[in-house]
Design a protein around this ligand. Structure first.
Ligand code: C5P
Length: 230
């Protein structure tokens, strides 16, 4: 895989003009552009279609009954996202339904990526929700469940990538946010890795948002990150 293709830039904004400007600047240096809930809810399908230059990772983290998630996946297939996220905690039937729905796009089908345990949750939060496992064990349990149920890969934190790569093998796609280039502010990301460290640990793609979009020159910031994983 060409190294620049491992970089995914998160366009986290509700402002469609800003998102288009970022896309124009960074698309030549990255493999995918990530649009999340805030952009999609604010700008919908028309806003999505106006983002150009690289394939889209549509990060909606779907979580509902299987029939509804399948319907949601089918509804976005005409947009041809390259990646689409669901919550592994929706269970095997929901994950299978998402996978089956994605197959409807044939060769153009999006990769279905599962989110395991949100990185905002700690051991105490899991216990409060009735989950006795440690966050690491729960990530592995849900990761296995997702892959066995038809997900193509997982979104995971820098803390988890090495363990998941070693346990789940080379075929599982691992997409890793929480990335900070050398010297960048961590922001609200508690545990970070540099782009090169994440790729070394087994990431297929890294997701970077604010270190690129908050830089004075987002295109140069993306190019520099791409060069650091070359
Ligand atoms: O700006 P920053 O580089 O922190 O952006 C990271 C992106 O990755 C955001 O779009 C965020 O929603 C996403 N993400 C994350 N941590 C996760 C899952 C997704 O930061 N565990």
């Amino acid at each position: 895989m060409p190294p620049t293709n491992r970089l995914i830039v998160a366009l986290d904004t509700v402002d469609p003009g800003r998102a288009r400007a970022w896309a124009g600047a960074v698309a030549p240096h990255c493999g995918l552009l990530k649009l999340g809930l805030e952009f999609f809810l604010a700008n919908g399908i028309a806003g999505y279609r106006a983002i150009a230059g690289a394939p889209i990772f549509l990060d909606l983290k779907l979580h509902d009954i299987p029939n509804t998630v399948a319907g949601g996946v089918r509804a976005v297939l005409p947009l041809r996202p390259r990646m689409l996220t669901i919550h592994a905690s929706g269970g095997s039937a929901m994950i299978q339904a998402a996978h089956q729905a994605a197959l409807g796009a044939g060769d153009q089908r999006p990769m279905i990526l599962a989110v395991t345990v949100l990185t905002s949750l700690d051991q105490h939060d899991l216990q409060a929700a009735g989950v006795a496992a440690t966050p690491a064990d729960q990530v592995l349990r849900l990761g296995r469940l997702a892959i066995e149920s038809g997900a193509d890969g997982l979104v995971c934190s820098p803390k988890e990538v090495s363990m998941l790569r070693q346990t789940l093998g080379p075929a599982v796609k691992l997409v890793v946010p929480g990335i900070r280039p050398e010297g960048a502010a961590a922001g609200d990301q508690a545990r970070t890795m540099t782009p090169a460290q994440a790729v070394e640990a087994g990431a297929d793609w890294i997701v970077v948002g604010r270190p690129v979009t908050g830089a004075p020159d987002p295109g140069a910031a993306a190019a520099s990150i791409a060069a650091s994983i070359r």
